[in-house]
Design a protein around this ligand. Structure first.
Ligand code: FUL
Length: 486
């Protein structure tokens, strides 16, 4: 009896498995819309929050752009605790720490063997310190990824502008990429203000931004040491600048852009960088870099101007909420610590995020779509509330519009709607609308253009039991992997 029962259940299982297989076999996933994100770029999208740490002689001189003539002895932090930096970032939800290993003043936070203008001639640990080592170790200890900022513009070097400087720069990259473990992101800053110390010349130097650094050769060199590194610059190729330092990604934000329209050092392209281009031939998403203070470096007089938790939350909405990753700068103070004010703000920001997005009212909610791809369950609208980012609702190939309704089960107050595209098959959606069921009909509560990795729309609070998402225009059949309602 037991055996018979066993064989019947095996048969049932077999039949079920065969029908699922047949279904999957007959189901064609949508063709990708090129270009697509790389594995490292996908990881970067999913991180959402990364941190910048600006620290150099400027912290002690009060400048934002050191001239390069600062004595090494001015760098004198007395209570450095990089574990405090890393643990604070970890506890408040940041995933990567990018350190200014060398800013425009040319001062190196590691004892580079190619220059005397470094930490080795400072009082810090009597010249025996290496902050790049300390920080990369702290990142490992607290489970953060580590990133390197090495300013191409160097106001200290006598040979800045000549070929030998480019060799010097590459030698430093060799030190940074071979001695400190994996580097997740490398930040190439395009800034160049011309004048500087330049080994005593004290003059203005103009370089040809498009050619002087010969970036292709430099990137190739770095890739031979660490093939997976993601490059930030105005032009990518990993991630691009967002075109401002105010925390604002474009309301229309394409991860795609054509590289022949941008290059490191090219000016006047801020708007293009901010929005990207729907027909761009490369996947180079915008990274939103902004400081928690007015300046990038710590200045005591700015202690009262640290961004409040609410300001940071608003920046989160205009960066992560517009499909970008936020790179928030927290500069250590003269002691070598994140200042109490900054820590308080970060903690308040985290609390606000946790509180606002505590309960997804659409989790596992019933969803009904006007249509879905080939009427195949694998593409059903229920995929948007199943909590699985690998499943998605899709329409047939010839449909670039479509909608689905989420049944919230009961009437609730809705303040935010979050939508995610399945970008592993390309960014598609050009326009969409959100409606709420009210007084027996649908009322539009928001509309927007792009979605990308994540779009968060803050709406005027509405009491409703149903939310409808309508894709009104798309490059190809839309793929939506996730919707959350708060
Ligand atoms: C800019 C620099 O000039 C600022 O000092 C800062 O490092 C910022 C992140 O990038 O281009």
């Amino acid at each position: 009896m037991l055996n018979r029962f066993k064989s019947i259940s095996t048969l049932v299982l077999l039949v079920a498995a065969t029908s699922v297989m047949a279904q999957v076999k007959n189901t064609k996933a949508p063709a990708p819309v090129l270009p697509l994100p790389s594995t490292a770029q996908m990881q970067w999208h999913e991180m959402e929050l990364n941190a910048f740490v600006h620290f150099t002689t400027n912290t002690f001189t009060g400048l934002e752009w050191g001239y390069g003539d600062e004595k090494e002895t001015v760098f004198n932090p007395t209570q450095v605790n990089v574990d405090q930096w890393a643990s604070t970032l970890k506890a408040t939800g940041f995933k990567t720490l990018i350190l200014t290993c060398k800013h425009h003043d040319g001062f190196c936070l590691w004892p580079s063997k190619y220059t005397e203008h470094s930490i080795k001639n400072s009082p810090y640990k009597n010249g025996k310190g290496d902050l790049v080592k300390e920080v990369s170790d702290a990142c490992k200890k607290f489970g953060l990824k580590f990133g390197v900022y090495l300013s191409p513009w160097d106001r200290n070097r006598a040979d800045y502008g000549q070929a030998s400087y480019v060799t010097y720069y590459r030698n430093q990259l060799k030190e940074l990429f071979t001695n400190y473990g994996p580097v997740f992101e490398m930040w190439f800053d395009g800034a160049n203000g011309g004048d500087g110390f330049y080994g005593g010349a004290r003059e203005k130097r103009k370089i040809d931004g498009a050619n002087y650094y010969d970036w292709p050769t430099t990137l190739k060199l770095v890739r031979t040491m660490q093939p997976k590194v993601l490059f930030f610059s105005d032009a990518g190729p990993g991630v691009r600048w967002v075109g401002n330092e105010r925390g604002l990604a474009g309301k229309t934000n394409w991860n795609t852009i054509s590289t022949d329209t941008i290059y490191a050092g090219k000016g006047g392209i801020e708007n293009l960088l901010n929005t990207g281009a729907p027909d761009g031939d490369k996947w180079i998403p915008a990274e939103v870099d902004v400081s928690i203070r007015p300046g990038w470096f710590y200045h005591k007089e700015e202690d009262s101007l640290v961004k409040t938790p609410q300001q940071l939350f608003d920046i989160y909405l205009s960066s992560v909420g517009r499909g970008s990753t936020l790179l928030l700068n927290i500069p250590p103070d003269k002691r070598g610590l994140f200042h109490e004010k900054d820590v308080q703000s970060l903690q308040g920001f985290r609390k606000l995020l946790n509180k606002t997005f505590a309960k997804n009212l659409a989790a596992r909610a019933k969803v009904r779509a006007d249509s879905y791809r080939g009427k195949q369950a694998v593409f059903a609208a229920s995929n948007v509330t199943d909590g699985n980012k690998e499943t998605y609702w899709a329409t047939d190939d010839d449909a670039v519009t479509g909608s689905f309704e989420i049944d919230l089960g009961k009437t609730v107050a809705v303040n935010y709607v979050m939508v995610q595209e399945y970008i592993k098959l390309g960014q598609r959606v050009k326009a969409f609308e959100v409606s709420a069921w009210k007084n027996g009909g649908w009322e539009k509560v928001a509309d927007a253009t792009t979605i990308g990795y994540k779009r968060i729309l803050k709406i005027d609070p509405v009491q409703t039991n149903k939310i409808k998402i309508s894709i009104t225009d798309s490059k190809a059949c839309p793929l939506i992997s996730n919707v959350a309602v708060y």
